[in-house]
Design a protein around this ligand. Sequence first.
Ligand SMILES: C[S@@+](CC[C@H](N)C(=O)[O-])C[C@H]1O[C@@H](n2cnc3c(N)ncnc32)[C@H](O)[C@@H]1O
Length: 388
Amino acid sequence: MNKVISLWQHKSVQYATVSVVSVVGYALLSRVFQAVKDRVTPLRFMSDLHGYRHTMIVKAAIEYEIFTVIGELEKQNHSTISAIAKRINCPEKGTRILLDALCVREYLTKKRVGSEFSYYNTPMADKFLNKNNKQTYFGCLCEFILADSFLQKQANIVQAIKNNGSPFDSSLMTANNEEWVKFAKAMQPMARHTAQFVYKLVSKHIHIDETRPINVLDISCSHAEFGLAFAKHSKTVKVYGIDWPNVLEIGVENATILGLKDQFVPVSGDALAMEKYGEPSTFDVVLVPNFLHHFSVEVNVKTLRKCYDLLKQNGVLAIVEFVPNEDRTSKPEAVLFSVNMLVGTEHGDAYTYNQLRDMVEQAGFKNSKLHMASSGPMPQSVLSITKQ
Ligand SMILES: C[S@@+](CC[C@H](N)C(=O)[O-])C[C@H]1O[C@@H](n2cnc3c(N)ncnc32)[C@H](O)[C@@H]1O
């Protein structure tokens, strides 16, 4: 033993031992990594084959208001299968299968209480999917995103790829399509969040207070959340919202609810066909949220030219879009959004930063500063450009 200890005190023995251990360790680790790499399984494919099931489970849960019901029953310590089934007016077997599936997807948790199981909302489900939490309720998004017409389009992706765009007629982008009324009602909570972000970003570049009138143009205003985010901050802000007449009714309704009706001017009509949206140099801010992705580059350049003319010097144009990275793979939400455009529009796409910059430059915004920011938890980007 003493011999071993005295041998270990030699530096060269220590170095040799560490080297041998390192080499052997490295070799072992490499083999482990290789084994993991070589373990090719079809799990991803199997999971994607069933992916629609997750969507349908959520659709059913929202339709039956499961998270609202559980939120209310939880308070009475009575969120059992039988109590929930009774509230949603469904048989117990079907209810139990839905509830357990929602546990698997981590919307609910399940605990044995006495002889029965009780179900509880996870914090995410309670905050965003319980209707009683009015300020944060997101469940209404299903009414647009999971509408039958929308799902039908996704189901036609094979033809859309061959067709280089939607194989259907382009009625979605024509006047008074009811889909956009659905959108205006369903997407408000999500838009409100992003609109607040856009306001903060734009107000860094333009001074908004009560000392002077501020004109804001909101192109494809829908629910009008984007323009109204500015109106909320100053009584001298006037918002002009362009959209189809049937959709504008929702914008006006929303402005009225928010007590901002006097600051909202609905401008009804086809934004693409309008010669101009107003007199040159009238607007301090022009908003183009979630509009450009429906159209080709050429059409967008025309729209952006009109925006350029309308803006005052030092006015700000803000574009909200799903913007994939240039590699078109590394920002999954934005990349997959282009699939929606392929199946749902004739010529639309999710445009990259470079493509959008080219469009605004072709429209006249040369030498202007272009800022890009990501809107928090929403996978959207905002580009703001000052007219100089
Ligand atoms: C994806 S939604 C975006 C709505 C809103 N800007 C937002 O970001 O939540 C597209 C909107 O564009 C409107 N729209 C589509 N084509 C239009 C056109 N040619 N003229 C005016 N509005 C149009 C639709 O009615 C709908 O409200």
